[in-house]
Ligand binder design. Structure first.
Ligand code: C2E
Ligand code: CA
Ligand code: CA
Ligand code: CA
Length: 274
């Protein structure tokens, strides 16, 4: 029996456009990589103590020739499912290293750029090799790159993951836990992980100024992280009140639309001129 046929019959007709869109995106993504339709935007991280630029996060964008700008939430999950994320991760890592090296060579401020790496890369593929190769290809010093990983990384083979992270840290690469607080990992588990900082998910920051529960949770996370010598980054800071509140709670770094939206490289350069 024809499987494909049965598959489609199962769905209501109004789902077909969604499936078609999904297939269009999946097929298009390979082409996008080959034809330079992908590019990176950069968003500053600001030191809470000094207000100065303390880091940069690279965020991927896809400029589709017909569909226009496609946000990562639309295609990263598809790429995660299909495994194509391994190639996207490599491209993003290389491009972020190349760009940061070019900025350094142009005499602009030297600052670390963070790259989002899929959990899949810790189980499959050659994360360590990929990173070593691309650092060598681009000539960027390892201390100017950091990786953002989500708690999902610690779902399986935790010993093996910890070993990889320790190896990366010996190379001089910083590791952040992204979207901290949204996954399953407990505060308890944190102490086993050789990470440099935690990024508090935006959902904790939104409304924090008038939500006592939220602010107590955030205060506890920050105290615990600090007791383990980890830094805390608040993401999604949109208002001056949120920013002040996070500072008062001793957050180390702030990131969000209040300071800047993610910007294409040429526009971001302003931040590096100081
Ligand atoms: P994320 O890593 O948690 O990135 C933060 C997201 O929040 C970004 O959305 C950023 O533009 C957005 N954001 C920053 N400040 C604010 C703010 O003040 N308010 C609001 N409402 N949003 C803010 P973006 O760029 O659309 O990325 C969404 C997600 O897609 C990322 O979440 C990350 O999980 C994934 N992603 C983006 N770029 C890459 C990449 O290069 N590789 C991988 N594997 N995933 C990526
Ligand atoms: Ca991130
Ligand atoms: Ca995040
Ligand atoms: Ca996120």
């Amino acid at each position: 029996k024809d499987e494909g046929d049965g598959y489609f019959r199962y769905y209501k007709p109004n789902l077909l456009p969604l499936i078609a869109e999904r297939m269009q995106l999946e097929n298009g993504l390979h082409k996008a990589l080959l034809e330079n339709q992908l590019f990176l935007c950069y968003q500053p991280k600001i030191s809470a103590a000094t207000g100065e630029l303390s880091g940069i996060e690279a965020l991927i964008r896809w400029k589709h020739p017909e569909l226009g700008l496609i946000p990562p939430d639309k295609f990263i999950p598809l790429a995660e499912e299909s495994g194509f994320i391994l190639e996207i991760d490599r491209w993003v890592f290389r491009e972020a290293c190349r760009q940061n090296k070019a900025w350094q060579d142009a005499g602009l401020q030297q600052v670390s750029v963070s790259v989002n790496i899929s959990a899949r890369h810790f189980y499959q593929g050659d994360l360590i090799e990929m990173i070593a190769e691309e650092l060598q290809n681009t000539g960027l010093d390892a201390r100017y790159i950091s990786l953002e990983i989500t708690e999902g990384v610690f779902m399986r083979n935790i010993e093996q993951v910890i070993e990889k992270i320790q190896y990366l840290r010996r190379l001089g690469i910083q590791i952040s836990i992204d979207d901290f607080g949204t996954g399953f990992s407990s505060l308890n588990q944190l102490q086993r992980l050789p990470i440099s900082d935690v990024k508090l998910d935006r959902s904790f920051i939104r409304g924090i100024t008038h939500d006592d529960k939220k602010s107590s949770i955030v205060r506890a996370i920050i105290e615990l992280a600090h007791s383990m010598n980890m830094r805390v980054v608040a993401e999604g800071v949109e208002t001056g009140e949120e920013s002040q509140f996070c500072k008062d709670l001793n957050c180390d770094e702030l990131q969000g639309y209040l300071f800047s939206r993610p910007l294409p490289a040429e526009m971001f350069e302003e931040f590096l001129r100081g």
